[in-house]
Ligand binder design. Structure first.
Ligand code: CTP
Ligand SMILES: C[C@](O)(CO)[C@H](O)COP(=O)(O)O
Length: 234
């Protein structure tokens, strides 16, 4: 179990529409084992003894969130997300900063990754000693990687040495991440994860090897896999 000496805030971007899932309901509200994907994710952080607050960013017209049992949890704060994931994260960081000390640590985690475990959260929190600049959960690439050509054939093989799949949570000090993310977005830098904003600011976050079952539910065929993992992880 990780010993925390700082305030730890989970930031959960949950304002997406799930276009790639191809259903009308935003994918974070699809149910697995009779609970919304977002409920699984929120509970992983609300139930963690070292997470002090959870800030979730939801869509402006989201009619579903208030129906979740977790929406009334005393540790939970809610704010409105933005156009892109990074905008939602920045919105939640700003809200967190208004309500907490700016040197708190934040763990930014996709609502669409419901299989996150306390063990992996602890592993990342414990990495603060080794990586005071921040770190992310990730898994090394196992397969040979190919770059596709324009005609659907292989353009080339990409060296897989030192290639990792970035996952979440991504852990940084609140004020440093918020300032760098805001500056990167103001300069129209493409930001698809928090680490890329920090890298843009010449900070090199640590890589912490996480569980491969911490999948992001993106397409329909991810659902049975997430169901299996959630059942296995109890
Ligand atoms: N404007 C957005 C877009 C995404 N997200 C969140 O960021 C996480 C990861 O994004 P992704 O898997 O891409 O979700 P969607 O954007 O909903 O999916 P799609 O790209 O298929 O529409 C999700 O939990 C999603 O809810 C968000 O908070 N705000
Ligand atoms: C943050 C992330 O999950 C790391 O792999 C990923 O970048 C999210 O990408 P998405 O297209 O917003 O799902």
């Amino acid at each position: 179990m990780s010993e925390t000496i700082d305030r730890i805030i989970a930031i959960i971007p949950a304002a997406g529409v799930g276009k790639r899932m191809g259903v009308t309901l935003p994918k974070q509200y699809l149910t697995i084992n009779h609970r919304a994907i977002l409920s699984h994710t929120l509970n992983a952080f609300l139930s963690h003894p070292n997470i002090d607050k959870v800030v979730v960013a939801i869509g402006e017209d989201d009619p579903y969130f208030k129906e979740l049992p977790e929406s009334e949890h005393p540790k939970l704060l809610t704010t409105i997300g933005g156009k892109e994931r990074a905008d939602s994260v920045l919105s939640a960081l700003k809200y967190a900063e208004q309500n907490n000390s700016s040197d708190s640590w934040v763990l930014v985690h996709d609502a669409a990754r419901p299989c996150i475990t306390h063990d992996d959260i602890d592993k990342l929190l414990d990495a603060r000693q080794e990586f005071p600049q921040g770190a992310i959960l990730a898994i090394p690439v196992r397969d040979t990687m190919k770059r596709a050509g324009s005609d659907g054939t292989i353009d080339r093989t990409v060296c897989r040495e030192q290639l990792w799949h970035a996952m979440t949570p991504q852990m940084f000090q609140l004020n440093i991440l918020m300032n760098n993310l805001e500056r990167a977005l103001s300069e129209d830098v493409t930001i698809t994860d928090e680490a890329s904003a920090m890298e843009w600011a010449n900070i090199q976050p640590g890589l912490v090897s996480g569980r491969p079952d911490n999948i992001k539910v993106t397409h329909k065929d991810d659902l049975p896999l997430a169901e299996l993992y959630l059942k296995n992880n109890g």
